[in-house]
Design a protein. Structure first.
Ligand SMILES: NC(=O)c1ccc[n+]([C@@H]2O[C@H](COP(=O)([O-])OP(=O)(O)OC[C@H]3O[C@@H](n4cnc5c(N)ncnc54)[C@H](O)[C@@H]3O)[C@@H](O)[C@H]2O)c1
Length: 259
């Protein structure tokens, strides 16, 4: 769908000023897309946009209004919105031991609310133009858990969002997927980088994740969570399916309680 029109396709990338988002902006621009970099960091966003021949818009994804503005600006500049890559996130601002409600909210307002607002802002435009594709940058932390508990909680929620919302968007020809990278060599990992390498862990190059997002954008499936790991092909993960108990004779899914 989108891949076929890549010559004129338009992508909005939140968190596009650094790391994975910047790599994606460069990659898509290199393949003929028009890109809009939406980020809190105006200076870096302007730099990436300039490299890509694209545009930038200063955006705090935690603000619903900013998300609306970023979509409106994209459409004003390029006339459509084929892909919204909701990628901005921060590491958790607190864990269990240094928890404060404010730090917890700071984490969730970017990592979860920021994606929900981005989705909400993109949908009306995509519906009007007859379709589109939304890709959310999740994390392996959303599948396995992590000591960064609230970051991991937000990333788990994103998988739930994709699984729940994707079927509802199919009639509008809007696809919704998430990519779940493992460790990626970006500024967010800078302080832990040496220790991770010393443990023998592999860090993906941000462009590997960008390539995976490009693969997902060209894929017809929706509602998928894609695993993206250093040096491995990106693949959709088989997520557990649990059926509701019913009185149907075919309900043999789970052992029945005997006491
Ligand atoms: N680096 C990794 O190991 C890794 C692993 C799994 C998932 N991810 C995910 O990949 C995505 C990109 O992370 P990255 O590693 O490239 O990090 P990064 O820090 O290099 O880039 C994140 C970008 O988001 C921007 N940003 C932060 N808060 C924002 C806000 N409120 N509004 C708008 N922009 C904001 C930052 O300015 C920055 O440009 C995130 O969703 C992250 O959770 C990263």
């Amino acid at each position: 769908m989108i891949g076929e029109q890549a010559g004129s396709a338009v992508a909005l990338i939140t968190g596009g000023a650094s790391g994975i988002g910047a790599a994606l902006a460069r990659r898509l621009a290199g393949h003929g897309w028009q890109v809009v970099v939406a980020d809190l960091d105006t200076t870096a966003a302007a730099r990436v946009a300039e490299e890509c021949g694209g545009r930038f818009v200063t955006t705090d994804v935690a603000s619903a209004d900013d998300n609306e503005r970023a979509v409106a600006y994209t459409v004003e500049e390029f006339g459509r919105l084929d892909a919204a890559v909701l990628n901005a996130a921060i590491a958790g601002r607190c864990g269990l031991h240094d928890f404060t409600p404010q730090r917890y909210r700071d984490t969730m307002r970017t990592d979860l609310d920021g994606v929900v607002y981005g989705l909400h802002a993109a949908l009306p435009r995509m519906r009007r133009q007859g379709g589109g594709h939304i890709v959310i940058t999740g994390s392996i932390a959303g599948l396995t858990g992590s000591p960064d508990v609230f970051y991991a909680s937000a990333k788990h929620a994103l998988i739930g969002l994709v699984r729940s919302a994707a079927p509802l968007l199919e009639p509008d020809r809007i696809r919704l997927n998430t990519v779940c990278p493992g460790l990626v060599d970006t500024p967010v990992l800078a302080s832990a980088r040496a220790a991770l390498l010393a443990r023998g862990l592999l860090l993906a190059d941000p462009d590997e994740v960008a390539a995976a997002v490009e693969t997902v954008l060209a894929d017809e499936r929706t509602g998928q969570a894609w695993s993206v790991q250093a040096g491995r092909t990106a693949v959709p993960i088989e997520l557990p399916v649990v059926h509701l108990a019913s009185c149907s004779p075919s309900d043999k899914e789970q052992p029945r309680r005997t006491t």
